[in-house]
Design a protein around this ligand. Sequence first.
Ligand code: PNS
Length: 165
Amino acid sequence: MEESKKIAIYPGSFDPFTNGHIDLVERATRIFDLVVVTVAVNSKKETLFTGQEREDLIREAISDKPWKDKVEVEQFTGLLIDFAEEKNATVLLRGVRQISDFEYEFQMALTNRRLSPKLDTLFLMPDENHAITSSSIVKEVALWDGDITSFVPPNIHKAILKKME
Ligand code: PNS
């Protein structure tokens, strides 16, 4: 009997995708057959990059990684649980860097479980080097001309500088 593929979705705003996100995707590819990086475009938040830009930048950022064939990048609008079903994913993946992330993550995980009891949320911790990295901090540092080299992949660094010209 053929074993079914283990598929996880990894949702987020990814505005922008950071080295912390890359670290998490790499870890996830060691656990799952397929990781679908799921770019949320229905959020009410104003974003620096459009959904399409975020999708393209993520794809480009991972294009030289040895694990890239286990990763898909897609935009989504609507409820995550519906997208997970569409992708046949059994796991929803989120990164937690610090305890302060947990309250919001806990609420979201249990909401998703109530809506879709078979979908489990798995939390992974990025490398400690990325414990302080967040998309909003990256944008703030870039806004004031700070050096964001260690926070984001080179293509995203370039794209942020261009947006802020
Ligand atoms: O990177 P973020 O901004 O913390 O990601 C938040 C995201 C996109 C995962 C969350 O806002 C979300 O799940 N949006 C989709 C709508 C949904 O399914 N909501 C119910 C779960 S609370």
